[in-house]
Write a protein that binds this ligand. Structure first.
Ligand code: SAH
Length: 347
């Protein structure tokens, strides 16, 4: 079958033309199982049957930006805002360390309260206590100097989803004052400074076409990120996109498989958004080629306030419950959660 041949070619050469990617995306119902077999094989060859976990600490939901899709956009006056102190953040890491986490992801809205001074103090606080752990930051767009200062304080990795690789599409998802070129420049700066860098996009975001998705793969191949975070767009009731359709499970899984074959060594999470639109979404993500999970370590008291989209899962559970539940889920896929920093494996 022509689609299987294309998948064989992608497996072997790790790149297709935009037209070839598009053909696969359009005919995904005919070849998704074959794609997933190939993708899991590649993941197994490189990472074995191991799933890495990252403890996500959502430490602020204040945000100066107004992204049209996001529940913590500054115009959402219904969002109840919070900030965690250094002590609260370090205590999340303490709990996480006991539970076997060796990577902590500090994520938040773009909150100017957290100056470089405050952030470097928090990073050093965690690193001094747990030098065997990696710190990933996910704080949006900052200056080159700021990224550098945070790296020098001990941060190892940075997640900055580009959201879409198509400038005209970016402009439909963001207000005028936000700038596609600046976001791309940030990714370049992060790479130059020496972070392990994560990019990513939403699947099924408003106005996204299948052509856009094919272009995502070309963009990712060029960027060569260490991590790629993708998940379905899920509407949030208090945003301008409240009536838009969510992304689908099948398309998200198919994109995961294509990303695994395009960037064989990439660290690829099965995201919470995927688990939100399908109760077995994360397990399916692993079967499609993902090898990372990012459970929540934020204090239960703030979990419901970090609502990027409606019905986000795991907002009521203690971290310990979450990790038990995840381990059980992962074991159904034939994989295993391990205690490890889970660094990118170079070829
Ligand atoms: N402020 C940081 C962190 C953003 S939140 C930054 O700018 O990088 C992390 C990710 O959640 C975003 O990059 C976006 O892709 C995703 N997200 C936000 N709103 C969403 C929604 N409604 N549905 C699905 N994903 C969403």
């Amino acid at each position: 079958m022509i689609y299987h041949k294309l998948i064989d070619k992608l497996h072997k050469e790790t790149i297709l033309s935009p037209q070839e990617y598009l053909l696969l995306i359009k005919n995904r119902d005919k070849c998704s199982e074959y794609l997933f077999q190939n993708a899991t094989q590649v993941r197994e060859e490189i990472y074995g049957n191991v799933i890495y976990i990252r403890g996500l600490i959502e430490f602020t939901n204040y945000c100066k930006n107004d992204c049209l899709y996001c529940g913590i956009r500054r115009s959402n006056i219904l969002a109840e805002r919070y900030r965690l102190t250094k002590e609260e953040i370090v205590s999340c890491a303490e709990e996480g360390y006991q539970l076997g986490f060796r990577t902590f992801v500090l994520q938040g809205g773009e909150d100017q309260y957290y100056s470089d001074g405050i952030l470097t103090d928090i990073i050093r606080g965690i690193k001094t206590k747990y030098p065997d752990c990696a710190i990933t930051l996910s704080l949006g767009e900052r200056s080159f100097e700021s990224y550098l200062a945070l790296k020098n304080a001990g941060a190892d990795r940075y997640l900055l989803r580009h959201e879409t690789a198509t400038k005209s599409h970016y402009e439909k998802l963001h207000p005028k004052e936000m700038n596609f070129d600046n976001r791309m420049q940030c990714l370049e700066n992060l790479k130059k400074i020496g972070y392990q860098v994560g990019a990513g996009f939403m699947v099924g975001s408003p106005y996204q076409t299948e052509e856009n998705l094919a272009d995502e793969l070309i963009f990712l191949k060029k960027l060569q990120p260490h991590m790629v975070g993708i998940g379905p767009f899920v509407p949030h009731k208090d945003t301008p996109f409240k009536d838009q359709l969510p992304g689908t499970v099948d398309l998200t899984l198919f994109m995961l498989g294509l990303i695994r074959l395009t960037l064989p060594n990439v660290l690829l999470p099965a995201t919470t958004a995927l688990g939100t639109i399908d109760p077995l979404g994360r397990e399916k993500g692993i079967r499609a080629g993902a090898n990372v999970l990012m459970p929540n370590l934020s204090p239960v008291t703030v979990r419901k306030k970090y609502m990027l989209y409606d019905n986000k899962i795991c907002t009521g559970d203690e971290a310990a419950q979450c990790i038990d539940c995840l381990k059980r889920r992962v074991s159904t896929t034939g994989c295993e959660v391990i205690t490890d920093r889970g660094d990118y494996k170079e070829i």
